[in-house]
Write a protein that binds this ligand. Structure first.
Ligand code: F6R
Length: 606
């Protein structure tokens, strides 16, 4: 994880870097730091805590260039010492780093034997010292020699006190972009080009151990043999509007309320008598030939994948399996050229998802990315992509991206169903019309905010929850439980409702509530029986049920009603209830809702 940023040019490097870090804070907020060169010496300022802590304490002289970092801790505690940049033992080199050096222990032991001392617990300091060891006047050469020693995935940005006119960067399987301007004498480096302040930069992406020598007026890229290579230059549309809460107390609440609109955007321009995707580069011939799907994602995106898997089975009649990406990459999967890989990621930068996708390439499967960030690695590296068009999601806890994911996956499942002759045009029309009603359904849920808030307040005292559901309500329950865990720090486990009696029911008692998602009509009577079973054990029961289910209030202690719809579309409204329930519990417990502890918006380490 972590965000790296660098600037060399005519503007104040400190200001440009602080502004860059603001846009990269989604990648980690354990600590941040900035380093530069002043009068032939490296100068640093680094601080544990959020970027605001660094901003409040920063005091640096007029530096000629700057490298800056926002950290999500992997090696070593969250403290000032472990914050980046890190220096080598001669204090000549400063380095920032995103990623993990898997063999850092053995490298560190070798350096210790050579008498080199360390002042942090990080793997990063090992890299700085290796570069110093190989340095003989040329930083590019020293970094190249160092790269050959490193195992893992990483992006590195380095400066040397004797070279105040250059920043050196390198990347292996980790996003790193260099931007330079035609108009001004300036160059920038960032983990994410969306952190550049303007959209008129020429951008190159580094990969495969390429090294960039970045100067005010020039950029040189070297391959492993240290030949200068030419790279594809991209011009990206970058949304430079600063994020705003628009009057909401938190980004999460704002993003929850955006959902009627973001779902409309996900559907817009994708139906005209039949489903179509303008940007999807995968040909219908390829999609007609597929025999199964392998769906990859992490966290919330994997829950969207579970819903997609059910939709594809129900409508396109194609088998599919959903794999947590961190597991998928170490499997020996039974996939082939007739398997469609669907990689789902809001950020498009999740390391596990990207690595799993890369792993599938050797099977020559066609692949599709479902992604919100159009300039992301996933969007660039998949054969086809469907964009969510949900706009930037700032809150670490994903809300609007999830419902947009299931909106586009619903469309894609219908699209596959048509290609595989499983649904008629008129059947798709009916479903699409019902899908268009979903934004209104969500508004109905949002209008119940006071009721949901009052119920959440009542449940905020409990430390443990079971969430349960069946069919389409199982991934919905899993997603709702994840929301509660990540922002309220409350233990919430999701189970298929029928599975509780095979063990977990032993945990239930009067202080262990059950939240039951009951909007799956096909299994409605079964979940009623499951509810009576948990009620008999004394658990408080909160049910989320369709508005026409009058019986549920006889069993549950509390009910939140959602508009009725077909089973396949039920996850939308019920998920919004789950989001609001988690939000108000977290608020009641005084948690840091938009930036929960230990988390980051984009998980760029494995
Ligand atoms: C939960 C959440 C995470 C992400 C996961 C994958 O609210 O946001 O579980 O869903 O880290 O992230 P993306 O979708 O960016 O790959």
């Amino acid at each position: 994880m972590c965000g790296v940023f660098g600037y060399i040019g005519i503007r104040n490097p400190l200001e440009v870097c602080l502004s860059g870090l603001e846009k990269l804070e989604y990648r980690g907020y354990d600590s941040s730091g900035i380093g530069g060169i002043f009068e032939g010496q490296i100068v640093l300022c680094k601080k544990a805590g959020k970027l605001s802590a660094l901003k409040n304490s920063i005091q640096l002289p007029q530096i000629s260039l700057a490298i800056a970092h926002t950290r999500w801790a992997t090696h070593g505690k969250v403290n000032d010492e472990n914050a980046h940049p890190h220096l080598d033992f001669t204090q000549s080199i400063a380095l920032i780093h995103n990623g993990i050096i898997e063999n850092y222990k053995e490298l560190k032991n070798d350096l210790l034997k050579e008498g080199i001392t360390f002042s942090s617990d990080t793997d990063t300091e090992v890299i700085a010292n290796l570069i110093a060891k190989y340095y003989e006047g040329d930083l590019v050469q020293a970094l190249n020699a160092t790269l050959s020693q490193l195992k893992g995935i990483f992006a590195l940005v380095v400066i040397h006190k004797d070279h105040p006119d250059q920043i050196i960067a390198a990347a292996r399987d980790c996003p790193l972009s260099i931007g330079y301007s035609d108009q001004e004498d300036e160059s920038l480096i960032s983990s994410d080009p969306n952190a550049f302040e303007e959209s008129n930069y020429n951008i190159v992406f580094l990969k495969d151990d390429e090294i960039a020598k970045v100067q005010k007026k020039s950029i040189k890229i070297y391959n492993k043999n240290l030949d200068i290579i030419s790279k594809k230059i991209e011009r990206l549309e970058i949304d430079i509007r600063p994020p705003s809460k628009e009057g909401f107390e938190h980004y999460m609440l704002k993003e929850i309320f955006e959902q009627p609109l973001t779902i409309k955007k996900a559907l817009l321009g994708r139906y005209d008598e039949d489903i179509f995707f303008e940007e999807l580069k995968l040909s219908t011939d390829v999609l007609k030939k597929i025999k199964n799907l392998w769906i990859l994602g992490c966290g919330t995106s994997s829950h969207a994948g579970r819903i997609a898997s059910l939709l594809v089975e129900d409508w396109a009649r194609l088998p599919s399996s959903v794999e947590i990406a961190s597991e998928a990459r170490y499997r020996n999967p039974l996939i082939s050229e007739e398997t469609l890989i669907v990689a789902i990621s809001q950020s498009g930068e999740t390391a596990d998802t990207l690595a799993a996708l890369k792993e599938t390439k050797k099977y020559h499967c066609p692949n599709l990315g479902i992604c919100n960030v159009k300039n992301s690695t996933l969007a660039r590296e998949t054969d086809g992509v469907i964009l969510l068009k949900a706009g930037p999601e700032i809150s670490v806890c994903s809300t609007k991206a999830f419902t947009s994911q299931i909106a586009v996956l619903t469309l894609f499942s219908l699209y596959l169903a048509r290609l595989h002759n499983q649904l008629s045009k008129s059947q798709v029309k009916t479903i699409f019309e019902e899908l268009q009603e979903i934004p209104k359904h969500i508004e109905t849920v949002l209008n119940q905010l006071p009721t949901i808030q009052a119920i959440a307040k009542k449940y905020a005292k409990f430390e443990h929850f079971f969430f349960m559901g069946r069919g389409y309500m199982l991934p919905t329950a899993m997603e709702a439980a994840l929301k509660l865990k990540e922002i309220s720090y409350v233990n919430a486990n999701a189970y298929p409702a029928g599975e509780l009696k095979h063990g977990p029911i032993a945990l239930l008692h009067s202080q262990f509530p059950v939240v039951a998602f009951c909007a799956h009509k096909k299994t409605r009577d079964k979940i009623i029986s499951n509810l009576t079973e948990v009620k008999a054990r004394g658990s408080p029961v909160l049910a989320i049920a369709p508005s026409d289910d009058s019986e549920i209030k006889e069993i549950a202690d509390d009910v939140i009603y959602v508009p009725k719809t077909r089973d396949e579309l039920a996850p939308f409204s019920s998920s919004v209830v789950g989001q609001l329930f988690a939000y108000f519990i977290a608020k009641e417990r005084g948690c840091d809702i938009d930036q929960p502890r230990n988390l980051a918006k984009s998980v760029t380490v494995e």
